[in-house]
Ligand binder design. Structure first.
Ligand SMILES: [Fe+2]
Length: 341
């Protein structure tokens, strides 16, 4: 039987008539004809990554179909769908969600050629997910109201009377919750609970999200905030004199580098295509795209980091296995127990 390979022709473009002809004429439509569409579940926003995906379709000669959603919600969907999922690849905004799927045996090992391009901190030790860009937790502070010499060396300093009513956080934010999960892994439940309670007792102000914290810092409404690194970059782009700067603590959860990253589903029939796509995301041009568009850190060495950000080499990240940040329910419970949520 002749096998017709539709290398450059996505299935969607094969008309019903042509398909009927192929079938009736005994030309076998190979499995390949159906596998030219790579299906991605993406926790990364459409506005951000659709230009990159359009370019990838052209460069790789494949169709890419995307289901967009919130990272945690898509992880739940993938768990519910199990091996019946349509997804070939999951693009998460947080390593914890990737770790969750790995633990449920819903991911598979990625080729070492790809994994080895990325710093070991930013990929699964079992090889089941790989970071695409780095997102740092950081303290942002108002440079008029906080003196450099009083900046905290550890997150515990923020529980001291000196910082009463001067600190901001966003407990409903996913990145904040990942930070708390990291703290649980690094310091244990009792100490994390103690820290949360002490922060609350110290009058830490609640904000809706990271953007509103950085805005409030700019107005001087609050003085120091627990946020992610890339927000400040956006404010600095529009106002170079925006009076807020970044400060990293020394190897605790407040200076954790999380990742946005990808995993290949265990049920995919398109592992090769999924890996070609991952290779594409690790290309210098794609790495530079994330640094420029999102102020995130490249995970492949030799690619310039985001402008107006502390160089990655100067951030003393804690030694935490990001795969272990999977227990979001445990974190939510602890936040409730502390009266923070
Ligand atoms: Fe964010």
């Amino acid at each position: 039987m002749q096998t017709l390979k539709l290398k450059t022709l996505p299935l969607a473009k094969v008309t019903a008539g042509a398909l009927a002809f192929m079938l009736s004429s005994g030309i076998g439509v190979s499995v390949n004809a159906q596998t030219r569409t790579l299906t991605i579940y993406s926790g990364r926003g459409e506005k951000l990554i659709s230009p990159l995906l359009k370019q990838a379709e052209k460069d790789l000669g494949m169709n890419i179909q995307v289901r967009y959603g919130d990272t945690a919600e898509l992880a739940i969907a993938l768990v519910e769908e199990g091996r019946n999922t349509r997804a070939d690849l999951y693009f998460a905004q947080d390593a914890g969600a990737l770790g969750l799927l790995q633990r449920r045996n819903l991911t598979q090992a990625i080729s070492p050629n790809l994994l080895n391009q990325v710093d070991a901190r930013f990929r699964s030790p079992q090889g089941h997910w790989v970071g695409i860009s780095g997102r740092a937790r950081v303290l942002n502070y108002n440079t008029n109201l906080v003196k450099k010499e009083e900046l905290p060396k550890s997150i515990w300093d923020l529980t001291r009377p000196q910082w009463r009513g001067r600190v901001a956080w966003a407990p409903t934010n996913g990145s904040f919750q990942s930070f708390v999960t990291a703290m649980r892994v690094l310091e244990g439940e009792p100490r994390t609970l103690q820290w949360l309670r002490a922060m609350k007792a110290n009058g830490t102000k609640v904000y809706r999200n990271n953007t509103t914290i950085v805005e409030a810092l700019g107005r001087g409404e609050t003085q120091i905030g627990l946020v992610n690194n890339y927000y400040l970059g956006n404010f600095k782009k529009t106002n170079a004199n925006f009076p807020v700067a970044a400060h990293y603590t020394n190897q605790d959860a407040a200076s954790m580098m999380n990742i946005a990253g990808v995993a290949i589903t265990s049920s995919t029939k398109q592992k090769a295509d999924a890996e070609r796509f991952i290779a594409y995301l690790l290309r210098p041009s794609s790495q530079a795209f994330f640094a420029k568009e999102t102020n995130e850190y490249p995970v492949v060495s030799g690619v310039a980091g985001p402008v107006n950000q502390v160089p990655l080499s100067q951030i003393k990240t804690p030694n935490v296995n990001l795969t272990n940040l999977h227990d979001l329910p445990g974190t939510l419970e602890l936040l409730q127990q502390a009266g923070v949520l």
